[in-house]
Ligand binder design. Structure first.
Ligand SMILES: [Zn+2]
Length: 110
């Protein structure tokens, strides 16, 4: 995270003594270690100095969003990419398809 963003974040919190929001020029980033940021903030109203420790979680890679189950996932992992031949085949098929879905699924069963 950038210091600029952190500064903005600190300005959105209020002084614990008087409740006034901190001002950007009174916020000093002291340093950071891993996910912890140490910030010193001076309240411009009551001049109370506060030490703010901000925890910043690093972005984690989230699991892919899918409605495939495990076995379907495995099936598509090993099957190759859709080729132009596949598309052509589908195109030919759809051209000939008469819209009879019931018939289509009946024939798939056997
Ligand atoms: Zn204050």
């Amino acid at each position: 995270m950038e210091e600029r963003v952190l500064r903005k974040l600190i300005c959105s919190i209020k002084c614990s003594s008087c409740g006034q929001p901190y001002e950007a020029q009174n916020v000093e980033v002291l340093g950071c270690s891993d996910e912890m940021w140490f910030v010193q903030a001076l309240c411009s109203s009551c001049h109370t100095q506060s030490l703010v420790v901000a925890m910043v979680r690093k972005e984690r890679q989230s699991a892919p969003l899918t409605d495939l189950n495990k076995s379907e996932m495995g099936k598509f992992m090993v099957s190759g990419a859709v080729s132009s031949d596949d598309l052509l085949q589908m195109h030919e098929y759809l051209k000939a398809f008469d819209g009879d879905f019931t018939g289509l699924f009946e024939s798939q069963k056997t």
